[in-house]
Design a protein around this ligand. Structure first.
Ligand code: PEP
Ligand code: MG
Length: 892
């Protein structure tokens, strides 16, 4: 016979902490606390399997369930010395949901169950407190009415009207008779709404509540929550039925919630709130101001209300012991709920407490130092993505804010600044030291300099992988994208949402971690990198096998990368070096030139700038490898588009406007992402790569002479599909290299390798590795070409595809292992068969995504490369990948 019901309480339980799948988090916690001998009101858990059964069999229960519930209830009666439904000596119970993982506030709870017109009299006699008994009764009717009977909440209206009639404002001003009158009113309301009386029979009440909890598993709130948190519907919820204990029986009663350590800072201090003479919901409902547990907490928050430590010192001591027992046992910070009934402490819940990234680090490091957990456990416990919170400025949590509109939390961190609408304005204002937020309907590559100059970016269109979002994340700029309720009027230079209109120059604040856009400047705090951060990173570095490099092309980003622990540069996108205002024109002249002479003229201007940039990066990355990618500009990013730009271009080149327009049209591509870019440009206009190779070698010579230490550049050819393409270009690079080195009289080590970012290159990796000296997987383009879906357009339906379950994840964020990953694996294997020890890395966005990093470890990459702000995340994820089963599971 299947066991559907597990008992707990009285120093023993049938379940334990490891049974969360079956008992839910709450049920497992109650069982474990019982086993530890902590004071837990007796009760039982109906398993999640009953929930699964219930939905699989047309909302019916297993045949044995009633009997098992009856026996377990009898057990509670026995241990409490009271009987369910007995007016002489009543037992009341609570009925609560509890899934495997906490889904706060998503499902239903009923308290004080078992009361009716006769039992309430018994409760009044037994407690000696008629007011308490009728208050409990009306709470029960209200909760049961809403949760089980589905009655709209007009109960509060009745209560408020009654208080008005009596001329009082507080619930505590009402007497037993008032509550009695209200109970009658509440029951009338139920009868009217329902067409039948409120159920008086306790067994009927119990089964009604059990059904309602199972039913709440499928309520729209819970369904949405599960979707957002990837919780499968077939996990089901358990139902916990437990003897009621009352925190609202008088001044020697209380109820509270606490964390065993501070969940914001991680400090080893008892942290929590309680209320005297109150029932559980009162603490969270915000009707009364909760009081602090400890004197220290009270003083830190300048509260005038007494701490539990002062009011109930004996119970407080007992609670402190429970805190130690639970932490020692669970070896982690716990979030607990308790009730004090007439001076006796009862524990109602324990679970691993939610915490900020800062707290998570402090707690993990402290627990290692206290010899409670190992370094490996500490590393496993930190969610790599959460480190983002520590690296970007955050809003002062104490600040008051007015939220104008909400968009997508596209790039974490917060920033305040004056509204500007163009990249040019952003740049010029920023150069005068002003803080600006660049507000655009959407951004394009031409806005990059403005995005860089701005403190933050706000767009009204586009998703989490829109241009604005990706670029902002890469730069570490806070960004709110796709704030669809905001209207941008470029002509009027205003933004508007609801009834608020703001003009250029007015100040807003964006929070890229939550998607909020706020009016005015909200103060931010720049979190310094803590000692705990450094310690955990050190531990991670000792474990990880892959190196972590950064994608960077500016000195600022390169320095940032070093500060975050990057061990070199895995991708320097040289085309990004031309976005600056003083270079883009020369670059445009190169692209628009009709012939080689014209191109060479533009290139000659660019060469010294490139050389200077490369030298700077070599200096910053002294002793570490630097991979420089030759030019890969999707042409449309550089072509003039508007009449004004044609005019400007014509002026620059001395040509007439119509010829300029003509040339731009001739260069126009149907799909620039699949166009004349990458090595195709190098093949057709070899002078471009010649110039770049010369700049790289000259810079390497310069810095080698300067420092006396050989710089070893890794020169990378983008977007090859065939070996022939690579060979032609490698020959050019080698020739230029020899010329430069001969002129300089030095010999430098260098490598020439390629990106693997097209499916054909991945499949032909075996032959490409005959000449290519390293591979770097460009999984951005590889994802585009495998899915036949451009990166910029993906945002339009990636969300819908995820909701429909077609995409499990956005493939531009988390590597699609089945398709893109398969090609990476094939290329890695074939490449290394030809050239054992071939150096392999990844430089697509996936190089900074923790889940994708696990895959990189599994296929044996030597390094991952990601934007500077993701370097710490990658360091930690790479260590976790090693711990997750010596290389993770490559077959996922
Ligand atoms: C890639 O394709 O993954 C890559 C890193 O190159 P880019 O994003 O510059 O196309
Ligand atoms: Mg690419």
């Amino acid at each position: 016979m299947t066991k559907w019901v597990y008992r707990f309480g009285d120093g023993a339980a049938e379940g334990h902490a490891e049974m969360k799948d079956l008992l839910g988090g709450k049920g497992a916690g109650l069982a474990e606390m019982s086993n530890l001998g902590l004071p837990v009101p007796p009760g039982f858990t109906i398993t999640t399997e009953v929930c699964t059964y219930y939905y699989a069999r047309g909302k019916s229960y297993p045949a044995e369930l009633r009997k098992q519930v009856g026996e377990a209830l009898a057990e509670i009666e026995h241990s409490c010395g009271a009987r369910f439904g007995d007016p002489e000596n009543p037992l009341l119970v609570s009925v609560r949901s509890g899934a495997r993982v906490s889904m706060p506030g998503m499902m239903d709870t009923v308290l004080n169950l078992g009361l009716n017109d006769r039992v309430v009299e018994g409760l009044a006699r037994q407690s000696g407190d008629e007011r308490f008994a009728y208050d409990s009764y009306r709470r029960f009717i209200q909760m049961y009415g809403q949760v089980v009977l589905g009655i709209e909440n007009h109960f509060e209206e009745l209560l408020e009207n009654h208080k008005l009639d009596k001329g009082v404002s507080l619930d505590t001003d009402l007497s037993a008779d008032d509550w009695r009158t209200l109970v009658a009113g509440f029951k009338d309301l139920v009868a009217q709404e329902l067409g039948r009386p409120f159920p008086e029979e306790p067994q009927e009440q119990l089964w009604g509540a059990i059904g309602a909890v199972f039913g709440s598993w499928m309520n729209p709130r819970a369904v949405t929550y599960r979707r957002l948190h990837d919780i499968p519907a077939d996990w089901g919820t358990a139902v916990n039925v437990q003897a009621m204990v009352f925190g609202n029986m008088g001044a020697d009663c209380a109820t509270g919630v606490a964390f065993t350590r501070n969940p914001s800072t991680g400090a080893d201090e008892f942290y929590g709130e309680y209320l005297v003479n109150a029932q559980g919901e009162d603490v969270v409902a915000g009707i009364r101001t909760p009081q602090h547990l400890t004197i220290a907490g009270k003083e830190a928050n300048k509260s005038a209300l007494p701490a539990m430590e002062e009011v109930m010192p004996r119970v407080f001591d007992e609670l402190c012991q429970v805190r130690r027992v639970l932490e020692d046992h669970y070896r982690d910070m716990q979030d607990i709920e308790f009730t004090v009934q007439r001076g006796k402490l009862w524990m109602l819940q324990t679970r691993s407490g939610k915490r900020t990234a800062q707290a998570a680090l402090k707690i993990a490091v402290s627990l290692v130092e206290e010899d409670v957990i190992t370094r490996e456990e500490a590393i496993r416990r930190i969610e790599p993505a959460s480190l983002d919170q520590l690296l970007h400025p955050t809003l002062d949590p104490k600040a008051k804010t007015v939220v104008l509109v909400r968009g997508l939390p596209a790039s974490p961190g917060a920033a305040s600044g004056e509204i500007v609408f163009t990249a040019e304005e952003a740049e010029s204002r920023a150069s005068r030291g002003e803080a600006v937020i660049l507000v655009r309907i959407e951004t394009s590559p031409e806005d990059i300099h403005g995005m860089h100059a701005a403190k933050g970016i706000l767009t009204t269109r586009g998703g989490m992988t829109s241009h604005a979002a990706v670029v902002a994340r890469g730069m570490g700029r806070p960004c709110v994208a796709g704030a669809g309720d905001l209207r941008v009027d470029y002509a009027a230079r205003t933004i508007a949402a609801r009834n608020t209109v703001l003009s250029a120059g007015e100040t807003i604040t964006i929070n890229g971690s939550t998607g909020e856009v706020m009016v005015g400047a909200v103060p931010t705090i720049q979190p310094g990198l803590s000692r705990d951060f450094a310690t955990l990173m050190e531990w991670a570095d000792a474990i990880r096998e892959m190196k972590v490099r950064a994608n960077a092309e500016t000195a600022v980003d390169a320095r940032m990368a070093r500060r975050f622990g990057a061990e070199g540069i895995g991708l320097s996108r040289t085309e990004h070096m031309f976005f600056q205002a003083d270079r883009i024109d020369a670059m445009r002249r190169v692209i628009m030139a009709e012939d080689e002479t014209g191109r060479r003229a533009g290139l000659a201007e660019l060469l010294p700038m490139q050389r200077k940039d490369f030298a700077e990066i070599f200096r910053i990355m002294k002793g570490f490898p630097v991979t420089i990618r030759l030019l890969d500009p999707p042409l449309h990013e550089f072509l003039p588009k508007t009449e004004a730009e044609f005019g400007e271009m014509a002026r620059l080149t001395g040509k007439d406007v119509s010829a300029t327009r003509q040339r731009a049209l001739a260069l126009h591509e149907v799909n620039p992402m699949l166009g004349h870019r990458g090595c195709r440009l190098g093949i057709t206009y070899p002078e471009i790569y010649e110039m770049q190779a010369a700049a790289i070698f000259e810079a390497a010579v310069l810095v080698t002479k300067e420092t006396g230490e050989a710089v070893e550049p890794e020169i990378m050819v983008p977007l090859i599909a065939t070996k022939k393409e690579f060979d032609i270009l490698k020959a050019i690079i080698d020739r230029v290299g020899s010329e430069v080195m001969e002129r300089a009289g030095v010999t430098l080590p260098y490598l020439v390798g390629t990106m693997i970012e097209l499916p054909r290159a991945a499949l032909r990796a075996g032959e490409i590795a005959e000449t290519a000296e390293f591979f770097s997987f460009g999984t951005n383009d590889l994802t585009q070409t495998v899915f036949g879906l451009s990166r910029d357009d993906a945002a339009r339906f990636a969300g819908a595809y995820q909701r429909l379950g077609i995409f499990e994840h956005d493939p531009f964020v988390t590597l699609d292992i089945a398709g893109v990953g398969e090609l990476v694996r094939i290329a890695a294997e074939r490449g290394r068969t030809t050239r054992p020890g071939l150096k392999l890395g990844i430089c697509g966005e996936h190089g900074g995504d923790p889940a994708s990093i696990g895959f990189c470890q599994a296929v044996g990459l030597d390094y991952v490369s990601c934007s500077p702000y993701r370097v710490p995340i990658a360091r930690l994820a790479a260590a976790q990948a090693v711990l997750a089963g010596e290389g993770g599971d490559a077959s996922v």
